[in-house]
Write a protein that binds this ligand. Structure first.
Ligand code: FES
Length: 109
């Protein structure tokens, strides 16, 4: 059993507690898409290359995700609605350390 639980608040404010696999090299953007928690075309637009910010989310729990990469930092510098706890979901891979993570999807630009 290698699933963890991740809480995701969608753009309508609805909370979803979902199972997330740790053994599929999956990132948070792909997780949101898997559960169809954001309409097609509004998340993961660049395919996870840190080039669109459509996967921006706010980290609402105290998990240590490590620092933003240079590419992530650069993209967020150009994005809208960026907060201190903003991250690009496509740059965060699901690992067992993230069990209980809570994220909220940023509004569409
Ligand atoms: S999917 Fe484009 S930046 Fe994450």
């Amino acid at each position: 059993m290698s699933d963890i639980k991740v809480g995701i608040t969608d753009r309508d404010g609805n909370h979803h507690l979902v199972d997330a696999p740790t053994d599929m090299n999956m990132n948070l953007m792909e997780l949101v898409r898997t559960y169809e928690l954001a309409p097609e075309g509004t998340i993961g637009v660049c395919g996870g290359m840190a080039m669109c910010a459509s996967c921006q989310c706010y980290i609402e729990s105290n998990h240590n995700l490590g620092n933003r990469s240079e590419e992530e930092e650069a993209m967020l510098a150009e994005a809208f609605n960026v907060e201190d706890n903003s991250r690009l979901g496509c740059q965060i891979y699901i690992t067992s350390q993230l069990n209980g993570l809570e994220i909220k999807l940023a509004p569409e630009d």
